[in-house]
Design a protein around this ligand. Structure first.
Ligand SMILES: [Zn+2]
Length: 89
């Protein structure tokens, strides 16, 4: 089962993969989709973005080279998992 955190992270990562940064990721901009998942709303701050990280890694991998880290994805990870860090596997 995929956790809520991972669903939100995957959504944002998909966005980055197609070259868009949301720019204003906050809980109020993350909505519940009708099918039970999540959706992102309010793209007023979004802009085009060449995301090296989303092309280089999958969620949960720890092997991302530092130079490829994307500030928005990193901030999102810190936000989503700060209470409950992923256990090392
Ligand atoms: Zn990015």
């Amino acid at each position: 089962m995929i956790s809520c955190r991972s669903q939100v992270y995957n959504l944002v990562q998909d966005l980055h993969r197609i070259g868009i940064v949301h720019g204003d990721l906050e809980p109020r901009n993350i909505g519940r989709a009708r099918g039970g998942g999540f959706c992102l709303i309010d793209f007023s701050e979004s802009r085009r973005h060449n995301c090296k990280e989303s092309k280089a890694s999958e969620p949960g991998t720890q092997a991302t080279p530092t130079q490829n880290q994307c500030s928005e994805l990193q901030a999102l990870r810190n936000y989503l998992w700060k209470q409950q860090p992923q256990p090392p596997s």
